[in-house]
Design a protein around this ligand. Structure first.
Ligand SMILES: Nc1ncnc2c1ncn2[C@@H]1O[C@H](COP(=O)(O)OP(=O)(O)OP(=O)(O)O)[C@@H](O)[C@H]1O
Ligand SMILES: [Zn+2]
Length: 738
């Protein structure tokens, strides 16, 4: 769509024709359309406008005619633009970035643009948004829904819709309470300015190595040109302190700076740390923002009054007025990869954006992605290293616990050496962290009588028991059901058994073994908001917790000085799937969680439970030999021509009708192009063969680096007509293979 097809007229041209503009609508299904420019309105590419479409009024962006192809429509048929929004236009660079992302990720331009202009809320002229919070005084008549609202909201403030969503009740319930006088009304201004950060508020004394790296970052920013930098420093080396110097320089230059974080749960501690260093909080951008906060942040980002923005991957496509630096923290994190809609990788788009807008981009990590590491090896990225922990803290020792030699008892998961280590740590008054990347109590519930496994009705996946909430949940579609007393298949009572451990089950085991220990379970089920994350950090920092039991959520970013023991419950889990990045991901995850131990004066140790201590990943972790692991992994990728040496693209074909999905996949497979350097594998049923009620088939494209893979895929799929019910999702540089 964003191709450069010639068109009949030039922008703004008036040769005998009425003034017209081409508009890319933010609605995915319709291509660009031409509109008449009303008398007295001047429009140039990038302007955000409201236009009519049938009976509706839609938001769109004025585009260059020659860059957006459409049918030529006579003047007399054109409808006029309704209004030009009082917003800064999308810059040339921003439009080129959107076109690039659309081309590269095989996504429609409107879908990309919707990430830049999220929702009409940001566009509304409203200066104030009305929010409500429930008063203490409650109505006499309490329904279950009302009770639930009072329980869940706890003084929370938001629009009716936001409160209803947070309480999981209908908007009618909230509206009833508001109308009954049981809520306070707050008028929230949405254009209040943010405090400017002070680059010199509270500087720390950097070590010589840190200072040296910081100077190089500052120099790069002064250059005002593209510079991709891999900030490669071991866990606890002070990467954050060092890149704060780069942030300070960007602030001094009057340029905006974006810090991308992988997880919303990480933003809260980060905001505080930032406030300490710069005297005020940065502007946050993530999916948890209220509408009023979102609008305020968007406006400030677009008009340049937001100086430093901290956000999840979605903040990357926002229309910054004057961006001069992007930092991707924990840049190896797979959560930078978006897995629906536009399937982009924020790390890669960050580099592209920096390239197009000519400023430095810093990828910070202790365990860089293989791809980033490779780019540094071949000199495309500059590597700046922090090889030691700050303040003389030493890296923790990693020791294997062989689960075959010293197995845990039946139906237990913590082997004797780890139990002992937990006891010792507790006795010393220090903290431990147990890592298992599985939410809930048990990943599978099975009937002892008939062997039936409880599966999600919408997905080919097991329902996961969550004992804390007495529910079974599907982690793929979110379907939940109450715990069952009897087998739904054979009806046997008390026959259902939990198989395998999740973090909740480990917590039970800890409680039984170490009854005096105060433990906390940390997963997305328990830390689902910035406030919860803050509470968690406070509890641990104030030594109100002895043992943290958590998923990947606790592997990164946190700095707890009194935490000296890390136990990995099952180091082999991550290798089971065997996909392209299984070894890399396991290595990164275990290194990161190990990196939480012994970050201050007290030395840390790490026990890794495994059935296979000789596996290359485990052996490299124990030997502490990252570079050997990376070298071996790169060599094997090169042999197989896998990324970064070759390229992959995935097609996921789905339909609610299995036969239809199968037929469409077969047809697409049949018409696959076949030429040197471009190979198509499949179709085959996806490993997750049903998801959210849709049957799924996959094709995998493997292409040589020199082959224009996206163009070949586009040319292949464009002429194919598919039934209404079939969807084809395209995933360029895929991370997920399920
Ligand atoms: N120069 C310094 N002066 C004082 N404290 C420092 C300095 N450098 C680092 N620290 C402290 O050391 C701890 C670790 O630093 P930081 O969090 O920046 O490391 P990191 O490399 O980002 O770690 P990770 O990759 O494990 O998240 C923090 O508490 C930080 O405040
Ligand atoms: Zn499901």
């Amino acid at each position: 769509m964003a191709s450069t097809a010639p068109s009949m007229q030039k922008p703004g041209q008036t040769t005998g024709r009425k003034q017209r503009v081409r508009v890319v609508l933010l609605t995915a299904v319709i291509g660009p359309l031409d509109y008449a420019v009303p008398q007295g309105m001047t429009l140039t590419p990038g302007d955000i406008v409201t236009v009519p479409l049938g009976p509706r009024q839609l938001t769109g962006v004025v585009w260059e005619d020659e860059r957006a192809e459409t049918e030529d429509v006579e003047d007399s048929k054109l409808r006029p633009v309704i209004a030009k929004a009082g917003l800064p236009p999308l810059s040339d660079e921003m439009r080129r970035l959107a076109e690039w992302a659309s081309d590269y990720y095989l996504a429609s331009l409107p879908n990309v643009l919707r990430m830049a202009i999220p929702g009409s809320a940001a566009l509304k002229e409203a200066r104030e948004i009305t929010e409500y919070s429930l008063k203490d005084e409650q109505p006499d008549r309490m329904t279950d829904a009302r009770k639930q609202a009072y329980e869940r909201l706890e003084g929370r403030q938001g629009t009716v819709r936001e409160l209803a969503a947070a309480a999981e009740v209908s908007e009618g319930v909230i509206r009833g309470l508001v109308n009954g006088g049981f809520a306070d009304t707050h008028l929230v201004p949405t254009d209040a300015p943010f405090d400017p950060p002070d680059p010199d508020a509270d500087q720390v004394d950097l070590s010589d190595t840190q200072q040296d790296v910081a100077n190089q970052l500052v120099d790069a920013i002064k250059e005002k040109s593209f510079a991709p930098i891999l900030l490669d420093g071991v866990t606890g080396s002070g990467k954050t302190e060092v890149y704060f110097e780069a942030v300070a320089e960007a602030i001094r230059q009057g340029r905006q700076c974006l810090v991308l974080l992988p997880e919303i749960a990480l933003t809260q501690p980060f905001l505080e740390r930032f406030a300490k260093r710069f005297g005020t909080r940065p502007v946050a951008w993530h999916s948890g923002l209220r509408q009023s906060e979102r609008r305020r942040a968007w406006q400030a980002i677009a008009n340049g009054s937001a100086h430093v923005i901290v956000g999840a991957r979605s903040s990357l496509f926002l229309p910054y007025q004057n961006l001069g630096l992007i930092i991707v923290d924990e840049a190896h994190e797979t959560s930078f990869k978006q897995e629906d809609g536009v399937r982009y990788n924020a790390r890669d788009v960050a580099v592209m954006r920096a390239h197009m807008e000519r400023f430095p981009v810093i990828l910070a990590s202790a365990t860089p992605a293989i791809e980033s590491h490779h780019m540094a090896e071949i000199g495309q990225y500059q590597r700046l290293s922090l090889p030691a922990r700050f303040g003389g803290a030493i890296m923790p020792d990693i020791t294997p616990v062989n689960l075959i030699e010293t197995p845990p008892e039946r139906n237990h998961w913590i082997a004797p050496p780890l139990v002992e280590a937990l006891e010792e740590t507790l006795e010393r008054g220090e903290q431990s962290l147990l890592f298992l990347n599985r939410r809930g109590y048990a990943p599978l519930t099975l009937c002892r009588n008939c062997g039936h496994r409880i599966e999600c009705p919408n997905c080919s996946a097991w329902m996961v028991e969550h004992r804390l909430t007495h529910r079974l949940a599907c982690h793929h579609c979110g379907h939940v059901m109450p715990m069952l007393d009897s087998c739904p298949e054979c009806g046997a009572e008390d026959s259902l058994v939990a198989c395998g451990p999740g973090v909740e089950r480990i917590a039970d085991e800890v409680a039984a073994r170490l009854p005096d220990a105060r433990s906390i379970v940390v997963t997305s089920d328990t830390i689902w908001s910035p406030a919860k994350a803050e509470e968690f950090v406070q509890q641990v920092t104030n030594n109100m917790v002895d043992i943290i039991i958590g998923t990947q959520l606790v592997t990164k970013g946190y700095h707890f000085p009194n935490l000296t023991l890390v136990g990995v419950i099952d180091a082999d889990i991550g290798l089971e799937g065997g996909d392209l990045r299984a070894a890399e991901r396991s290595f990164q995850q275990i290194s990161q969680v190990a990196g939480r131990a012994g970050r201050a004066e007290k030395p840390g140790r790490v026990l890794v439970q495994t059935r296979n201590p000789e596996a290359p990943v485990i052996a490299a972790l124990i030997a502490g030999d990252r570079d050997a692991f990376y070298a071996a992994e790169l060599a094997s990728r090169e042999m197989a021509m896998m990324p970064p040496f070759g390229r992959l693209g995935a097609l996921i074909i789905s339909s609610e009708d299995q036969a239809e999905a199968n037929e469409a996949a077969r047809m697409i497979g049949h018409s696959a192009p076949d030429f040197d350097g471009f190979t198509v594998y499949g179709p085959a049923p996806a490993p997750l063969s049903m998801l959210r009620g849709r049957y799924r088939f996959r094709l995998l494209v493997h292409a040589r680096r020199t082959v224009p893979m996206q163009k070949a895929i586009r040319d292949w799929l464009d002429p194919i007509k598919l039934p209404q019910g079939v969807r084809v999702a395209l995933d360029v540089d895929p991370y997920s293979f399920v």
